[in-house]
Every structure is written in C-alpha cells, then in structure tokens.
Design a protein around this ligand. Sequence first.
Ligand SMILES: [Zn+2]
Length: 243
Amino acid sequence: MMSRALLPLLLCAALSAGCGRTVDPHAAWRETVTQVSTLPALAGGHFDGMLAVSNLLAHGDHGLGTFDGLDGELVLHSGVVYRVDVAGAAHPAAPDDRVAFAQVTWFEPDELYSVMAMNQRLFRSTLDWKQPDIGRAQAIRVFGRFNFVKVRSVPKQTPPYGTLDEALKSGEQVRMLKNINGTLVGFRMPGALGGVAPPSFHLHFISADASTGGHVLDFEISAGQIEIDDTPVLHILLPTLVR
Ligand SMILES: [Zn+2]
C-alpha cells in the first residue's frame, strides 16, 4: 500500500511546472539551428514562402532570411521578426508573412568578446583564429557602434522566378549606413556542410532604433561586443520544389 507521505511527491512530479523541476525536455532544440529551405533551392529560384513568421518564431529568437518572392530581408532579433524593404526601411513582419528561406536558433551566447576599431576582414580573421571551424554552426550577434554598415536588399520578384543571381544583378539596392548603432545578427556555418547553407559568415543588420537594416556586405565596428553561440545541430525544413 502506498504511503501517504509519498502522495505529495508523486503529485508534484506530475505537475512538473510547479515543482522546481530543472529538466527541460525541449532543451536540445535550443541548441539547434532550424533552416527553412536550402541554399541550392533558393539559388535556383524557389522563392515561394513556405513557413509563416508565427511558425518560424517557434524555432528561435535569433536569425535571418528572406520572405516570399525575396520581398525584404528578414532579421530576427531578440524575438522580433523585422522585414527590411527594398528602400531600406525596417518594419515588424506580420505573423502570416511567409518565409522563403531562413535560419533561426535560440540565442544563448557561449563566448563574448569586447572589440574596438574592427573591420569585417579583421572580424573574420579574428574569429577564424579564436574559433576555428570544427564543424559546428555558430550563431553570431555583434552589437555596438559602427563606423559604417554596407547593406543590400532586393525588390520583390514575381513568378516565373529567375535565379537568385539574376534577382541580385537586376535589382539589388546597396546602401551605406554611417555612424550608426545597431546589431549584426547571423551565423557562421561550417565548411563541412557543403552548399546546403550559405557558407561561412552570413550577417544581417538591424539598427538600434529598428528603422533600417539589410543583408550585410561590409562593416566596420567602432566599439562593440561579439557574442557567439555554438550550435551543434542543424534541422532543415525541406521545400517542395514545384516545377
Ligand atoms: Zn542575407
């Protein structure tokens, strides 16, 4: 016969949320990069949105990507999805906006570096030296003051779609944002992945006032902090390729 003294313990185990239980059954997912579609599919012109922003947010609070028809650069920063339009204006995305490509994760930094006066080349070589590619994905966040951030965005494409290269060549808009506070949001993917994901560093930018940003082509940090989140698992939502 069960002891009366055991009953409160069993009840407590069943109501785990209120019992100070520390094991999180979803913890493994927090160390996962979820990727929507693949780079070959995007490069080949599969620009149809395949996942709603509201569903993307189930997979992380940090990330980047693009929307249906390449209609805006996606920046997911601290749990808010921004769309940076072709004119460079950033707006919160609508929950039912659809994403054609994205990479997201739950951002929990493992390493922090304070830096001053660092251009993109030095940023990359420093991280390659301090964090050699051991085959893991790394989520990256860099916030602070920038001497400049060179960004691009792409106009909305209409079907039948050409390739990503064709879309970039025909309509890419490049802007130089000078003396600006904000955050670089992105990833460094391992070479071992081959071409499944954008190789090496891929960063998007959102200004501190959330008014502008885009896909990052170049930058120079005045003073800021680099944060790295090692992420050993890649989870890919494969697109349906309609031909
Ligand atoms: Zn990008």
